[in-house]
Write a protein that binds this ligand. Structure first.
Ligand SMILES: [Mn+2]
Length: 374
């Protein structure tokens, strides 16, 4: 962690992506704010939803305990783009807004915005103009290697964390003035645990560290029912998702001495299986089980509008999701994704390419070839 501590807000560090502030400063900055938006990336995943809901709950609990005056909750979460099927079960009664159209937020006010689990403009495209009008009052808490420094003057970025939920848990502890994470209320701990569990593939990916397990252990000590959470998130699939997986597996092709697996999912696949855009998550895990495969690529034929972008007529868009196996000689897929305007982590990264799937595939295979053993 690069914890450059600054004593007075606003701490403006727009030089480059990375931390410019400590979590205690962010907690202190939030203490006096009365209308807080917690936003996250388009197409929110478990870490995005878990981190944002945990933080909103902590902010509203801190407000409740601050005084006898009953005020409307000061924090709410914002989501946009396709949402996972389980989102309502995690959000519950916590204040949240699902934004379908930018016009819905035009007149929304906030005196502070916290963006969790991303710091990239392309990931928050839909609310970008709104964020631009709230420039100085934005903070980012993230764990990604890539981001845009000008998105927020207050940034806490620790790429050694497996999930954004880790620093967010610490932020919640500071907001609620608890000595340890194990003293967090269960309702705050549970979504944060979910964030860590999903970003680590339920604690099996290469990003698992002693630190994330210790944090998860502290959160479990609050009474989180991890077995029920697993069933609630991972074992309540609808048939169309499995049918879509079948189509994806049918499309699987191997390249480069069977080291690269590519699956393609077309709009037709979605239409004929009845699956939703959010149904393709985790497909790469299946092609990763092949012995010879080191890198998996999942290409999805997409619409710009799915990503909150203004769709131009006839514009092709391919969504790219890449995974790299944790073995010697494998490829840094973050480096590959970066070449195409995307990013993520060494073992998991993505991009959106403004071209058809075949063209995108050719370009990605070439990009991967350049990165072998480097
Ligand atoms: Mn994450």
């Amino acid at each position: 962690m690069s914890g450059t501590t600054v004593s007075s807000a606003p701490a403006v560090n727009t030089a480059k992506w990375g931390s410019g502030i400590g979590l205690p400063e962010i907690a202190e900055w939030l203490r006096t704010k009365n209308k807080i938006v917690v936003a996250t990336h388009v197409k929110p995943d478990g870490d995005a939803v878990g981190s944002s809901i945990g933080l909103v709950r902590a902010l509203n609990l801190a407000q409740k305990s601050a005084g006898p005056v009953s005020l409307p909750p000061r924090a709410r979460a914002w989501y946009f783009g396709p949402r996972p099927s389980w989102i309502k079960r995690v959000v519950g009664e916590t204040p949240s807004v699902s934004i379908e159209n930018v016009s819905e937020i035009e007149h929304e006010g906030a005196d502070a915005v916290v963006i969790v689990d991303t710091g990239s403009w392309v990931q928050v495209e839909m609310i970008k103009p709104w964020l631009k009008s709230h420039g100085p009052e934005i903070a980012v808490v993230d764990h990604h290697a890539q981001g845009d420094a000008d998105i927020a003057p207050r940034r806490y970025v620790d790429t050694t964390n497996a999930a954004a939920a880790q620093p967010v848990a610490e932020l919640c502890r500071l907001i609620l003035q608890k000595k340890t994470l194990a003293e967090l209320p269960r309702e705050v701990a549970e979504p944060l645990y979910l964030g860590m569990a999903t970003d680590t593939g339920w604690f099996k990916h290469s990003n698992v560290t002693p630190k994330v397990l210790r944090t998860a252990a502290d959160l479990l000590a609050t009474g989180v029912d991890h077995a029920a959470l697993y069933v609630n998130i991972e074992q309540r699939e609808r048939l169309p998702r499995l049918k879509l997986l079948g189509r994806a597996l049918d499309s699987l092709k191997l390249y480069d001495d069977n080291r690269v697996a590519v699956m393609t999912i077309t709009k037709k696949d979605y239409a004929e299986t009845g699956a939703q855009a959010s149904d393709s998550g985790g497909f790469a895990d299946h092609s990763q089980t092949l012995e010879t495969v080191m890198v998996t690529v999942v290409l999805t034929e997409a619409d710009a509008s799915e990503f909150g972008m203004e769709a131009k007529a006839g514009e092709k868009l391919t969504k790219v999701s890449m995974r790299s196996k944790s073995v010697a000689g494998s490829v840094d897929v973050n480096a590959v994704a970066k070449e195409f305007g995307g990013g993520g982590h060494v073992r998991a990264a993505g991009a959106k390419m403004a071209m058809g799937m075949e063209e995108a595939k050719a370009k990605l295979l070439e990009g991967i070839r350049k990165k072998w053993n480097t």
